[in-house]
Design a protein around this ligand. Sequence first.
Ligand SMILES: Cc1ncc(COP(=O)(O)O)c(C=O)c1O
Length: 406
Amino acid sequence: MAIETEINPEASVHSDEGRFGRYGGRFVSETLIGPLEELTAAYAQAKQDPQFHAEVERELSSFVGRPTPLYFAQRLTANSAGAKIYLKREDLAHTGAHKINNTVGQAVLAARMGKRRIIAETGAGQHGVATATVAARLGLECVVYMGADDVQRQAANVYRMRLLGAEVRPVEGGTRTLKDALNEAMRDWVTNIDDTFYIIGTVAGPHPYPTLVRDLQRVIGIEAREQICAAEGELPAAVVACVGGGSNAIGIFHPFLDDRGVELYGVEAGGEGLGSGRHAAPLNAGRPGVLHGSRSYLMESAEGQIIGTHSISAGLDYPGVGPEHAYLKDIGRANYVTIDDDEAIAAFHRLCRCEGIMPALESSHAIAYAEQLAARLSPQQSIVVSLSGRGDKDIATVAAQEGIEL
Ligand SMILES: Cc1ncc(COP(=O)(O)O)c(C=O)c1O
């Protein structure tokens, strides 16, 4: 039985907590209420505890390597002949993506709660690698669920997880991608609730996950805001980030939310084009519904079935999106746009050649949109782009596009 069925809103317990307008909440079966409340209480307590913050900050600086730099992409800027493009270099964080920020925080929380076993789901493998890394660092058992298709297209990350001592469990059901991995992870959690902590990799899922993950990823935006003000003496015209579940985007957007002059752009995966139906863009082409325990935009058929998604980047290949993004879209505070596979691949190559930086295919979506946006703005203005991860994991995918087998 799929977890979508298990969290069918008709048959569910509904909490008013964790709302972003009419989105978010906690649409789960009775069995998950206890563990979610235990987690909510533990996080509320940790948030009040300076020791928790000190420990997370220590891990972020000594293990993750924060703060990550804000880099002025001079040649990329010259190429688009418009606003200055700055890159927030999450690709330089330990393990090569922003996912480590959240994972470190949740693992510290897990250890406080006395949990010895960590589970996670992963799409691109970056969250799985980050989780396997912190589990190794803290001496915890680790199981990672991954769609069978993603296991294939992210083979290098699967091997990395195994080297780090994690067990990777391929999920054969459904579309064999992230959505199915999430279902399996939730099922494991329900079964092993006593000793297991479920580290969700993005701002989706039932309350408190969207808030918990957002709080842990805010570090990206806090640093970026300070760094751009120091570099330019003023706020940027825009902030741009790719949106899968939405954790790097909400992390960089959040500290800018009250800066009304700063435009926020979330870039979804346009796949083969919105018209083709083969994409992963719920905010652009989906509608509100319930998936994985919370209400947000998602891609479903007229009959209410989740539609199979497509993106060249495994990390954006998800039919849902974090509920806070749904809210920011509805109130008009953030804009959500799409970049298709071909545009992302082209941006991947341009950043390699122009700057000597190989971006993740997820981040390449944000780069492609930032270049288009920059060309519409003036050279006096600046744009900050979340470079959410590095592209080493994607070179086989890019090579295959060109008919090269590595
Ligand atoms: C490098 C990178 N960027 C972005 C994402 C998308 O996730 P999110 O939208 O939660 O930032 C992923 C997911 O795996 C990723 O690996």
